[in-house]
Design a protein around this ligand. Sequence first.
Ligand code: SF4
Ligand code: SF4
Length: 431
Amino acid sequence: MNEDPREKLNYDATFSCIQCGSCLPACPTYKTMGTETQSPRGRINLVKMAAEGKITLDELKEPIDLCLGCRACERVCPTNVAYGKILDSAKVALNEHEQVSVKKFQEDIYYNQVFSKKNVMGAGANLLWFYQKSGLRSLAEKTHLNHLLPESIATFEEILPSVSSPLHRHHRPDRIEPKQTPRYKVGFFKGCIMDALFDRINDLGMRLLAAGGCTVVAVDGQTCCGALHHHGGRTQQAKELAKQNIEAFETEAFDYVINTAGGCGAMLHEYPELFADDPSWEKRAEAFAARSIDISELLARLDLPVEKEIRKRVTYQPSCHMTNVQKVVDEPKQLIHSVRGIDFRELDNPDFCCGSAGIYNVVHFDESMKILDVKMGDVKARNPELIVTTNPGCLLQMKAGIEREGLQDHVRAIHLVELLAAACGLEDEDK
Ligand code: SF4
Ligand code: SF4
């Protein structure tokens, strides 16, 4: 007999919530939607009620779907409620409960045949390059054909970066040696979306690490981190991807495994949780997670040749998963401060999610834009010329925010790696 999907709900964890409401002001969906069911406390109660059979899983679905998974609520909770675990359990239960549907079929294709397949992501990047460089994109703009796209797709189509040519991709180095005696040997985790759309940032990240004295190796056989699968309730697929990455980075003795994407980094950090019931993999996952760190954590410890002055007003939009899961808060700001000439302007509420949240901004476009509008209010009050981020999703979302506010002539969103590469003379920051 099939197991009741409600058995998957993490009922026990819901009892840590004492209903104090301290998490409500930190929750972006509570702020923009204003209802208890779209708050952390409300969602925890609903999970408890679903586990007790007081509401159906269908009634649980919308509040869970509309949660960003930013985990800002965990950070402020006085009883350390494991909200992420409660949320993930709800996603698993809902995924098992959902009958065959067109939406589920489409999602399965994206999860199983796109993000997790390096060659498919590469082919997608090549197609995008052709679309951008062949004149098709300009034609679509001139003939207003792009207006036929759904608003969510059109918004992000406009702000996609120029992707590298297939030839350039083919010749990217997968190993860089430093000029000096190596201080560390690091594996470089490329990610799927990060490397398809922002391979230039990954390449700059590898060069920065080498400039700081590291041997850097982008090992073969690595794949998507599995975050989208895991947070979409597809635990088995996330486990398979995790195993592939763990094995790939075991092929050489690395001091660290470095990533440039806050969301991916959080997933790598939490690999041991995927294998809590599998002792043969748990130890390997723990060893892998212990070495997996965000690039800013290592760059802050290296002697980077930060020599060029950058006279710009700069603000920093942290990745929620970097802050709330990896707990990396100070290093990116330390690195920004290390660049001479920068006028740093901290956001009033940096921990408020930008609304990107994986593919939330595409799937829940309207809700995401309301959250982005709150974030952009904070950004505009700081009047920056550069918005620095540490995650591809946040980077695209901030670019969307700049367009939405009509600030594109004097504000740019860049990755921290791009700023540092410019300050170290590896590349012009206006590129
Ligand atoms: S802060 Fe923690 S204990 Fe308080 S309502 Fe929110 S989740 Fe529950
Ligand atoms: S994860 Fe973020 S959006 Fe979801 S309940 Fe917590 S604070 Fe709100």
